[in-house]
Design a protein around this ligand. Structure first.
Ligand SMILES: Cc1cc2nc3c(=O)[nH]c(=O)nc-3n(C[C@H](O)[C@H](O)[C@H](O)COP(=O)(O)OP(=O)(O)OC[C@H]3O[C@@H](n4cnc5c(N)ncnc54)[C@H](O)[C@@H]3O)c2cc1C
Length: 229
């Protein structure tokens, strides 16, 4: 009778342990999948993102902030890659151009584009017309280059004008990753001091990561302002 009781107890304990293990596994799977941020980009199809903020940085440059579907969503853009944006030119014809967000996937819930708008530029026209509340069609990721942390010991970058955005993206990713010891030297060419895109952001990076990041400006026209700074 005692032995029978002990046997029943063993079976009950084993059953309880099995149920507990299953519960822990199911819980862990649920927690892991629910914590995984939602990636928004689709390489095959254009997706619409709402413009939530527009900051005019100079007469022809603006920063556009687009909302992702949820505050926890990430764009899903590998470091070194870019997106394709679709719009309409002044004649109403479709135009698609590449752009590199200045935000990283660590900036959840949104992405930002810094755009230089040319007077006769086709896609420039679309961005000039884009107002808060409008949607932008975006496809990606695109591009062959993909940065891996620690890929090189020293990264030499040369950029001109709006070509700074891919460099800024990679430099930020390197510098903000405490496990990546890569040093970055950036030579950045512009016509005048006033044309330097993302100047404050670059100087903040240069101050914060002074042992790993140097930026050298090259200008065609040197004004009193550039000497004063
Ligand atoms: C990987 C990548 C990332 C990029 N990221 C950014 C970014 O983040 N921000 C950004 O601002 N740009 C970026 N660019 C540049 C962007 O893709 C566009 O080239 C830029 O916005 C101009 O496009 P547009 O259609 O407005 O101008 P376009 O219509 O191509 O014209 C550009 C300029 O050239 C002039 N032009 C056009 N055709 C002629 C011609 N036949 N003869 C003389 N002049 C002419 C136009 O008048 C205008 O001034 C990136 C480019 C690449 C390749």
């Amino acid at each position: 009778m005692d032995l029978e009781f002990l046997h029943t107890l063993d079976v009950q304990i084993l059953g309880a342990v099995a149920v507990a293990i299953v519960a822990v596994v199911v819980g862990a799977v649920f927690l892991f999948s629910s914590k995984k941020p939602k990636v928004c980009l689709d390489p095959e199809n254009f997706k619409q993102f709402k413009l939530v903020k527009r900051d005019q940085l100079s007469h022809n440059v603006a920063k556009f902030t687009f909302a992702l579907p949820a505050p926890t969503s990430v764009l899903g853009l590998p470091i070194g890659q870019h997106i394709s944006c679709r719009g309409k030119d002044s004649q109403g014809e479709e135009v698609i151009k590449p752009y590199t967000p200045t935000t990283l996937d660590s900036d959840v819930g949104k992405f930002e584009l810094v755009i230089k708008m040319y007077p006769q530029g086709r896609m420039s026209h679309h961005f000039r017309e884009l107002q808060v509340g409008d949607y932008l069609a975006v496809k990606g990721p695109k591009g062959r280059f993909r940065y891996q942390p620690g890929q090189v010991r020293v990264f030499g970058m040369i950029a001109g004008g709006s070509g700074i955005t891919p460099m800024f993206q990679v430099a930020r990713a390197i510098l903000e990753n405490p496990n990546d010891k890569t040093k970055v030297h950036l030579i950045y060419a512009n016509v005048s001091y006033e044309d330097i895109l993302l100047r404050e952001e670059l100087e903040t990076l240069a101050e914060r990561y002074s042992s790993h990041f140097n930026v050298y400006y090259v200008l065609n026209q040197v004004s009193c302002l550039s000497y004063a700074k």
